[in-house]
Ligand binder design. Structure first.
Ligand code: ATP
Ligand code: MG
Length: 448
């Protein structure tokens, strides 16, 4: 029975359960590259008589000389057994129980090896339930790509490789374990993982792994929107967002899966240049270890759509600020309901957008009020981005740049100067009406 199933999952040359042990001379992973906490967790589990390995993306990244984002540990100890070994630990998750073990400031995710052929599938081949425990070989088979199915034992300094992952890493190839079409059916999110990992690692997606993507990408629509949004965020903040974008197109991930993905796929068009610019910025900032704002990046990705409505409503005769509010409202319904974007991000996006027409006010008390607002800096950066696409006025941006760097006294003068400037323009014959009306003095309260 198991053999028959193995054949189904591992056709062709990967049919035999294969195991390679790769020693230090080949992998070159030294102790100082590891997380102290992960090493300690593995050591304690092994001392207690269990198998334990550093697993997944961390081993892959170590082989590539990239600093791993997180260190996960896989073991044959059950969650309860792990919990008993580590005082500072807690079991999380109901369906797939994992244990978070705290060591100093670090948290290590410890997962029990997942089991063989006991997963429950629905009629479309989607895995519905998969919470049985198994052997390390079975666990390896459950993982997505060969480069993610490596188990590193820091005590023996050996990598266990069941799917020729080390070879594929050397060849910079992303290869699905088992039969790719079936694996995408089991979990369509693996499609987005293929996009992200190949973009981030600079890997080529092996032909057979790439082939079924266009056919099965549509199934992503049935995934919980929160999970999709999560994956899209990982893609945007991978540090290689632009490469991931080009993979979305080259791997033929279809449109209309998620509005953010659809917007991203169209980032190459000239009218959407702000998206490409924002992603370039984000990639660069992440590479320099600078902070990035989710709300800001999402605001840029959706701006072409907001802007289209904004222009349209202005053409219909609305003034800039109310037209923008209406544009935002038009999009708001969709963003908050069907897109899985948490409210804390949508609030930031709205604030950044609604700031944009306010920047036209360079007179009187308003600039002073705007600059004091929490979202000013993000909104200003956004205007600069709009300036790079030629959409926001360069002189206006310069005015706000100067205003920010000016001291209180200069600021007061600038807002006054603007007042005088515009009064002068007005007086210089832009309108004779004004002059005619001038003698009819307004009451002081109204003239402010
Ligand atoms: P990253 O560098 O972004 O953390 P990662 O490959 O480590 O990449 P994780 O989401 O941390 O990604 O997942 C850890 C490991 O769990 C993966 O390396 C892979 O072995 C396995 N995994 C994650 N998601 C899936 C999935 N959808 N199907 C099969 N295996 C998965
Ligand atoms: Mg990881």
């Amino acid at each position: 029975m198991l053999k028959k199933w193995l054949h189904k999952v591992l056709p062709g040359k990967k049919a035999a359960v294969h195991k390679e042990i790769i020693g230090y001379a080949q992998h070159g992973i030294s102790a100082d590259m590891l997380s102290f906490a992960a090493e300690k967790v593995v050591g304690r589990l092994q001392d207690a008589g269990f198998q334990a390995y550093i697993v997944g993306g961390a081993v892959r990244d170590l082989l590539l000389g990239v600093e791993p984002k997180d260190f996960d540990v896989a073991t044959n100890a059950t969650p309860e057994e792990v919990r008993r070994i580590f005082r500072r630990s807690r079991i999380i998750g109901r369906r797939f129980q994992i244990v978070h073990v705290m060591v100093g400031p670090e948290t290590i995710e410890v997962t029990t090896f997942r089991g063989g052929n006991k997963a429950l599938h629905n009629a479309q081949g989607r895995i519905m339930k998969d919470n049985t425990y198994g052997t390390i070989e079975e666990d390896a088979m459950r993982r997505d790509f060969t480069c993610n199915a490596l188990y590193y034992d820091p005590v023996r300094q050996e990598i266990l490789d069941f799917h020729r992952g080390v070879e594929d890493i050397a060849d910079k190839k992303l290869v699905m374990i088992g039969e790719p079409a079936a694996r995408y059916q089991e979990d369509p999110v693996r499609i987005l993982r293929a996009v992200r990992l190949s973009g981030k690692l600079g890997f080529e997606v092996e032909t057979q792994t790439a082939a079924p993507i266009s056919e099965y990408a549509g199934r992503l629509k049935n995934e919980p929107v929160a999970r999709l949004f999560d994956e899209i965020l990982k893609l945007l903040f991978s540090g290689h967002a632009r490469k991931c974008l080009s993979r979305l197109n080259s791997l033929e991930v279809s449109d209309n899966i998620h509005p953010l993905l659809t917007a991203l796929k169209a980032a190459d068009r000239p009218e959407n240049r702000i998206i490409a610019l924002a992603l370039k910025n984000t990639d660069e900032r992440l590479r320099e270890d600078k902070s990035v704002s989710v709300g800001f990046v999402l605001a840029a990705i959706l701006w072409p759509q907001v802007n289209r409505y904004w222009q349209q409503y202005q053409q219909q005769g609305q003034r800039p600020a109310p037209a923008l509010s209406e544009a935002v409202n038009t999009l708001r319904e969709q963003v908050e309901k069907g897109w899985g974007v948490p409210q804390r991000f949508t609030a930031t996006m709205r604030e950044i957008w609604q700031f944009q027409p306010q920047f036209a006010n360079t007179r009187g008390a308003r600039p002073h009020r705007l600059i004091a607002q929490a979202r000013f800096r993000a909104a200003y950066d956004f205007m600069v981005l709009r300036g790079q696409t030629g959409e926001a006025d360069a002189d206006l941006i310069q005015w706000w740049t100067d205003f920010q760097h000016a001291d209180e006294e200069t600021r007061a003068m600038m807002t006054m100067a603007a007042q005088q400037h515009s009064a002068q323009q007005y007086a210089d014959g832009k309108s004779k009406r004004k002059r005619r009306r001038k003698p009819r003095k307004k009451k002081p309260a109204e003239s402010e």
